[in-house]
Design a protein around this ligand. Structure first.
Ligand SMILES: [Fe+2]
Ligand SMILES: [Fe+2]
Length: 281
């Protein structure tokens, strides 16, 4: 039995700034046709959910309109950024509460045949904030009775660029302290897959026995030189196929008619990326 999971990411929806809604609607149409068993959004559901509840509400309604089972995880534009790297909109209790009131739990565990899927809030990892300790307990409990299941972790930010030991002060990746805390909570368990979004690029690497797959955004990419290329700059989504024997595969899915928006063309969204410098986008 194969479980097909469509991982969409970085939808960046907003009723006031609906720049990326048409792409979402095209992908929604494609999902309604292909009917995966589950849709997972790995965060940045909203364009500015950290400060505008209406953006969160819009994103929730858009996902409800899929007519499919779906689960979401928060991104930095939904609950604010991790305190290790936040320059503006730091994650805090009020922002987390607003997210949870619209989307429900910000971390979850879900079993499908042969697999345990663990969805984590990347923005509270290792922090002393409401719900962060519960999340660590969720991870410890999930690996304690894993049995023969394979483990797949979903979260917004990549766990790292190249190695678990690197120490980059970048908002593009999980920072070293929170990463080490997560790895400690996993104990001797090596996840088969860690899947994320956030960078708005598709990438597939194998690090320390774990496959790390970055889903592209449905919304926009950020062109050179405003953001370095780590993988493929495109819009689309990833479809995972999980087998009951613990094996898995995935494919990058493009949808006819998607517009490969460049954030540099939408200063109304987050300001002028050309003024940010190449290290920040
Ligand atoms: Fe994003
Ligand atoms: Fe993000």
């Amino acid at each position: 039995m194969t479980i097909r999971i469509a991982q969409i990411s970085d939808t960046h929806l907003s009723p006031e700034k609906p720049f990326f809604r048409e792409n979402f609607d095209k992908i929604a149409e494609s999902l309604r046709d292909s009917r995966p068993d589950l849709v997972l959004n790995t965060g940045d559901l909203a364009l500015d959910g950290a400060d505008h509840e209406a953006d969160l509400v819009e994103a929730r309604a858009a996902h409800d309109s899929l007519g499919l089972e779906w689960h979401a995880l928060p991104g930095n534009h939904d609950v604010g950024d991790h305190l290790d790297v936040a320059r503006r909109q730091p994650v805090n209790a009020a922002r987390l509460e607003r997210y949870r009131s619209v989307f429900g739990p910000d971390c979850w565990s879900l079993d499908v045949p042969g697999w345990r899927l663990l969805g984590l809030n990347a923005l509270t990892l290792g922090l002393d904030l409401a719900g962060a300790a519960d999340q660590e307990m969720l991870v410890r409990d999930a690996v304690a009775d894993l049995g023969g299941r394979s483990l797949a972790i979903f979260l917004h930010k990549p766990l790292m660029d190249e190695t678990y030991e690197e120490d980059l002060a970048s908002n593009r990746f999980t920072t070293k302290g929170p990463r080490q805390k997560l790895l400690a909570a996993l104990g001797s368990v090596t996840p088969a897959l860690i899947a994320c979004g956030h960078v708005h690029q598709y990438r597939d690497t194998l690090v320390a026995g774990t496959r790390h797959i970055w889903a592209p955004a449905t919304s926009f990419m950020i062109s050179d030189p405003w953001q370095p290329g780590y993988g493929v700059k495109a819009v689309g989504y990833v479809e995972h196929a999980f087998e009951a024997d613990g094996s898995f595969s995935h494919r990058l899915v493009g949808v006819r008619g998607l517009v490969h928006h460049d954030l540099a063309s939408y200063p109304e969204a987050y300001g002028d990326v050309r003024a940010w410098g190449p290290g920040n986008a």
